[in-house]
Ligand binder design. Structure first.
Ligand code: RRO
Length: 312
């Protein structure tokens, strides 16, 4: 039985629904080419800013028992490099290439969106606010600011774009955010960014595990899967499948990917598990997902996507 795990995001075909998340190991051309050669079904690039950034002081990433903590501080080569990489990666990998834009101001975002209009980039994931930029709030928690940013970038983008969202915990926040997003031509949302401002402590040294912000950083991996699933589910319901949802947060196995799709995701991204297990993680998750579907008698994602069953 042929098991088809291909998907479309904003009309762009992906051979499988499993790709890398923006952030881990996707800053340099060398790293991006490794992703291009892997089974990741697209090449997602690191969030970029107008100017290149060194990022926060090290150590700024640590593995944890069930995930990770990071306060990278948006290290990247500056958007012009990623504009340049787009055509190289498209040519070499023959996969969809996705840019991630995370400007410090509305003007920066406009400049970057315009620059990618003239590239073969397939999609743009707009990241309106990292949890770790020192002195900056998480933009997704301020719906007025989010509204203004989306208004500005919607006017200039000729590429299909989506929004990477922070996790929400209060059910009322989902309604507010969905209302704002529906006003603009947003094609997808990616849920979730890391859960901001956790603190991991080493009891032996009596110090935090990472240096920036007194040890505060975004939590990813298995710790965040349940909140990621809830965010995917709620936005899937609120958008009634008119705006697609991409799931990210704690995908290590085919079963994890299956759960995200059951909740309504059209694709899943892998972040922490890619850092911890290397590029073979993409093929492993894809194979496990196909095996699981085969056992259940499902042959394509539409057989079960969004069809989470009630308990009665
Ligand atoms: O670079 C980072 O510190 C970072 C970013 Br831009 C983000 O969106 N999420 C995250 O966990 N780290």
């Amino acid at each position: 039985m042929k098991i088809d795990i291909s998907t479309k995001i904003a009309g762009v075909k992906f051979e499988t629904c499993v790709l890398n998340a923006s952030g881990p190991l996707d800053e340099t051309l060398k790293q991006l080419e490794i992703i291009g050669k892997s089974a990741s079904s697209g090449v997602m690039m690191k969030s970029c800013t107008l100017e290149s950034r060194e990022g926060n002081p090290k150590p700024r990433y640590a593995d944890l028992k069930y995930g990770s903590i990071n306060s990278m501080g948006l290290p990247n080569l500056g958007y012009e490099k990623y504009v340049e990489f787009t055509s190289i990666l498209k040519k070499k990998s023959k996969k969809p290439v996705i840019a991630s834009i995370c400007g410090m101001t509305a003007e920066d975002n406009i400049t970057m969106f315009k620059a990618f209009n003239n590239t073969p980039v397939d999609l743009i994931e707009f990241n309106p606010g990292s949890p770790n930029t020192i002195g900056k709030p998480i933009m997704g928690y301020n719906t007025d600011a989010l509204d203004k940013l989306l208004k500005a970038v919607s006017k200039v983008s000729k590429k299909p774009f989506g929004v990477k969202l922070p996790p929400y915990f209060d059910l009322g926040h989902y309604d507010q955010v969905a209302k704002v997003i529906k006003k603009y031509p947003v094609k997808f949302v990616t849920c979730i960014n890391s859960i901001g401002n956790g603190l991991a402590i080493d009891p032996e040294s009596e110090k935090p595990l990472i240096k920036p912000k007194g040890g505060f950083g975004g939590i990813g991996g298995r710790y965040v899967k349940f909140h990621a699933l809830a965010n995917v589910r709620r936005f899937y319901e609120l958008f009634e499948d008119k705006i697609q949802v991409i799931g990210v947060g704690g995908v290590y196995s085919g079963s994890d990917a299956f759960e995200f799709i059951l909740a309504g995701a059209s694709a899943v991204q892998i972040g922490t598990a890619f850092i911890q297990q290397g590029p073979q993680i993409f093929e492993k998750v894809q194979n496990e997902l196909r095996d699981l579907m085969r056992n259940k008698g499902y042959t394509r994602l539409s057989d079960f996507r969004g069809k989470l069953k009630p308990l009665d």
